[in-house]
Design a protein around this ligand. Sequence first.
Ligand SMILES: Cc1cc2nc3c(=O)[nH]c(=O)nc-3n(C[C@H](O)[C@H](O)[C@H](O)COP(=O)(O)OP(=O)(O)OC[C@H]3O[C@@H](n4cnc5c(N)ncnc54)[C@H](O)[C@@H]3O)c2cc1C
Length: 499
Amino acid sequence: MAKATKRTFLLGAGTALAGMGLWRLTSGSSVARGPAYPQFDSFLSAKGNILNDASLLEPTEIQKFVQFNSRIDGAFIHQLRDMVRGGGEKTYPMIASTARHSMGGQSIPDKGIALSLVQSWIEPDVSTRSYRVGAGTRWQTVIRELDKIGFSPKIMQSNNDFGVASTFSVNAHGWPVAYPGCGSSVRSLKMMFPDGVIRTCSRTENADVFRHAMGGYGLFGVILELELDMVPNLRLEPRFEPVAGRQLGERFAEALSADRSIEMAYGRLDVSVDNFFNDGLLITFRPTEDQSDLPAAEGSGIVSMISAEIFRMQTDSETAKEFRWWTEKTLGPSFTGVTTRNNLMNEPVVTLDDQDPTRTDILHEYFVPPDRFTDFVDACRAVIPASYQQLLNVTVRYVGADTESVLAYAPEPRIASVMLFSQEMSRRGEEDMRRMTHELIERVLEIGGSYYLPYRPHASLDQLTRSYPRAAEFAAFKRSLDPRLIFRNLMWDRYFSKV
Ligand SMILES: Cc1cc2nc3c(=O)[nH]c(=O)nc-3n(C[C@H](O)[C@H](O)[C@H](O)COP(=O)(O)OP(=O)(O)OC[C@H]3O[C@@H](n4cnc5c(N)ncnc54)[C@H](O)[C@@H]3O)c2cc1C
C-alpha cells in the first residue's frame, strides 16, 4: 500500500472532517427510540435529528426516528398506515430498517421518517420445516430458537446481528453452500404496500412485488413478517486446504461440485503486501458421522476474541498481516475443531469491532464467474496496493445462480469476495476510497462480474446500470407501485431516481 503514516493522516484531519461533515455521532437524542441494542443507538446524533449508518460516513438529517419494539398489533398497524398514507398536508419519505449496518444510506431517508423494527418473535413449524418471524427479528434470536429444536436457518450472512427482513431486502448470502441469496429460502412475506394495505407476497401471490422486493432495499413497502425455510442443524467437521490465491475460485467451485456433502464453505486470501493474494485457504465443512447430542450454539469464543486482537494490529503493520496469515494457515486447522452449523453463523459483528475513533471499517464485495477469479486477483493486485486503504481481510464464498430477484448480483454461479478495509475518517481517506472502488468495479465489470449494493455509494450511475442491467425496469416498477415515492432512501435518491 502507498506509504502514508497514521500521523500524516491525522494532521489536519479535524479540518477535513469538519469540511466533509464527517463526524462520530454520540447517543442521546430527542427522537424516540427503544432500549434494546445500545450499540446501534450510537447511529443517532445528539444534535438535531441526524441519523447515520454503520459506515459513520452518512450523517443525514431526518424528520423523525420511530422505533417499534413489540410484536405487530392493531395499534402498530394503525400508526404505520397513518405514516404511509400521510396525515394532514405533508407526507414524508420513509424507509424501514433494523440494524442499519448497510453503509451507504440504504436505510436512511433524507428529511424523512426512519422506521426501525426491533422485534424478537419467531414461530417454527417442524412439520413444514419453516418458521414465521418478525421482520425486525435478528438472526441471533432465530439461531437461538431454532437451535433448541435441532434446526438452523437455511441461508444467512456470516454475522448474527442483522434483521431478517433486511437480509431479504439486500438478498444476503453467507457460508451455507451451494445456495443463491437468502431470498431463495423465503417462502412468503407480509408487507404494507405504499397504499397502506397489507398484502402477502410469495412466488404465487403478488409474485412481481416479491421478485422486486427481494434485494429491493425497502423501496416497495414495510415488510412486517416473513416465512422462511429451516434445515436440520448439523455437527460439522472442517477441512483446510491451502490453495494458490489465483486458483481459489475455480478450486472452490470444483470442490463443491465434486462433493455434495459439503454444507458450509469459505476461503481466505493472504493480504500481506509482500505476498498480496498469492496464498489462499479453502475451508470446507462436512457432517460428521455422529449427529447425536449436538451442543448448544455459542456466541464468539475465546479464540475469536484473541484473533480480533491480531486482526486489528494489522492496520498499517506488514508484520501483523504476515503473523495473522501464519496463524490462519497454521493454527487455524489445529484450533478449529468439530463445530455445528448454528455455531458457525452465530458470530456478532462486535467481535471485530474497531475501537479507533479516527478510522472506520468499510466493506466491499465483488462477484465474478469462477473461471475469471484469476483475472479478479490480478485486478485486485493492480488496484488495491496502490491505494492508501488498509485491507484487513478477504473472505471468499460461493453463490449459486439467482434466477428470481430483479436486481440479481449473481445471475449465474459466482465467487464472491468480501473485503474489509480500515479507512481513515478524513476527506483524503474518502476520496482515495472512492477512486479505488471506481477502478475496482470497472475491472470487475470487464470480466463479467458485479459489485454488491449495501456498501458505500462510490460506483458511478453507469457502473450501477452495467452491474444491474434490470435497474431501469426496477425503477419503473417502483414508480408504478409507489407513485408518491413514499419509500425512499439515499440509494434511491443517488441512483435509481436517475435511471
Ligand atoms: C460486518 C458486516 C458483515 C456482513 N456480512 C455479510 C455477509 O456475510 N453476507 C452478505 O450478503 N452481507 C453481509 N453484510 C451486509 C449486510 O447483510 C447488510 O448490510 C444487511 O442489510 C445488514 O442488516 P441490517 O439489519 O443492518 O440492515 P439495514 O441496514 O437496517 O437495512 C438494509 C436494507 O433493508 C431494508 N429493510 C430493513 N428492514 C426492512 C423492512 N422491515 N421492510 C422493508 N425493507 C427493510 C432497508 O430499507 C435497507 O435498504 C455484512 C455487513 C456488515 C457490516
